[in-house]
Design a protein around this ligand. Sequence first.
Ligand SMILES: [Zn+2]
Length: 266
Amino acid sequence: MLKKIILLFLFSLLLTSCQKQTFPDDNAVKLPDTPPVTDTETAEVTETEPTVIGELEGRVFCIDPGHGDFAEAYTEPIGPGATETKAAFVSGTSGSYQTEAEFNLKMAYLLKGMLEEKGAAVHMTRTDKNAALSNIGRAEFANGLGCDMVVRIHADGSENTSAKGISVLIPAQNQYLNDPYVLSASKNAGQYVLDSMISAAGAENRGLILRDDLTGFNWTKVPCILVECGFMSNPDEDLLLADENYRILLAEGITKGLIEYYMTVQ
Ligand SMILES: [Zn+2]
């Protein structure tokens, strides 16, 4: 009996020492090189890098900076099947500090950055001083994208140097454009963008203006608005349009207006 007890004791001693000496996993677990991901760490990652879904996530926009340099002058029909024609390329107005085409492009890039920051995909009808596309070409470029909205960017000019303020042009129903969705989406988005731009820039409100004579509107198959950001012929507004801080306010106004509009249609 005693022998048995001693043998059992020795055996258990052997087993214990074997466990200690021969379990390589024991060491592997203690290696600090690749610490396992703990719940705490996962929670920390979620806390410090939250997944932010932008308000314009999934939206596709086409920004159309008006005018630009062009190689040839010709006319094109103002709408599908129209006999009436208009110039395919137009130079635009000019201020004391920049041409309208230059202003429109600066605004377009500012707006592009802001819309992308909110999660939208943004395309532009021109990305430098050259206007490669005619007015029909710009509309067809946007139609081909099947984008949610076209934002055409312009500045105004007038012989009356006291004229000032912001207006948003929207397509009117006519023989060329009769799509209820395009018409209503343009009108509703236009109103939100106008209100938001006026509020952001503190400019005079010249209203929402229906137009049935613009080639870019008559050829569109997607919602389309045209923002007239101010008058380059007005000395005060011309100075403001030359100030990047003011352009940022305008672009922020457009962005906020679009966000507010899409909140109503979701
Ligand atoms: Zn223009």
